[in-house]
Ligand binder design. Sequence first.
Ligand code: ADP
Ligand code: MG
Length: 276
Amino acid sequence: MYVEGYRMGELNDSIVAVENLNVSFLSDGQRLPVLRDINMEVRKGERVGIVGESGSGKSTLANAIMGLLDSPPAVHESGAIRFKNEKVGPTLKEGGNRFRGRGVSMVFQEPLVSLNPVYTVGFQLMESLSVKDPGVTQKGRRKEALKRIVRTLADMNIENPEGILEKYPHQLSGGMRQRVAIASALLQEPELLIMDEPTTGLDALVQLKIISLIEKIRRETGVSLLIITHDISVAAQLCDRIYVMYAGRVLESGPAEEIIERPMHPYTKTLMSSIP
Ligand code: ADP
Ligand code: MG
């Protein structure tokens, strides 16, 4: 399959590729198709956006990539998910997240999925760090681990990072929780960071701060990004390449400036007109 002139999987710099993926949800004995023949790819260093209105299947796609769909109700009808050209899905792995510590981390749409409400921030960040480096929580290395956690929180522009380690997620503001969730994902040293609606539900000013934080992360770490958002202006600011989804399908894809300036599909044109 061709996407803007290159063959998927042909280049060695593919990080995640989804091929002809079909997913349905079982509901009252019926199969409701939610992802229909999805093809998409993120290559090394790319910032890819998935935009589309609520209900179009964006979160389901991200969860399918991660191996986090509950089955049932989700049924993987067909297709492939590849990590660096190697087939890893769509079938689920025992225990969920197929990428735990192996290259792809995700910041979830629901803050309380990214951060467990019953554990402190410090405890959860230590957990994230130990995904990649299981020995890091041992006594002799705790200081080093804490230092790394504090430095990562400071990188997220959190003032006084030591001050939030003993706090629980609900004691933080929405913007602060999002920064901690991003820190948690980055401590797993992913090659690809998936962020589902990273600015949704935040005040306008906080949204801008999160966008500039994501830009900074990209600049300073070179991590590849998959940004999922219903807000086309967020994708316009952050992404090199955009896929437009509607009713479970990819309607069109291409370089961000082309999609924004010369949308082909009538639905995309309507989406574009919503940019202030
Ligand atoms: P988006 O993230 O674009 O808003 P979702 O992927 O969350 O869309 O949802 C796509 C469709 O799948 C919606 O119609 C939603 O109702 C349905 N859906 C999502 N999760 C489930 C589930 N666990 N069981 C049944 N239907 C679901
Ligand atoms: Mg969603």
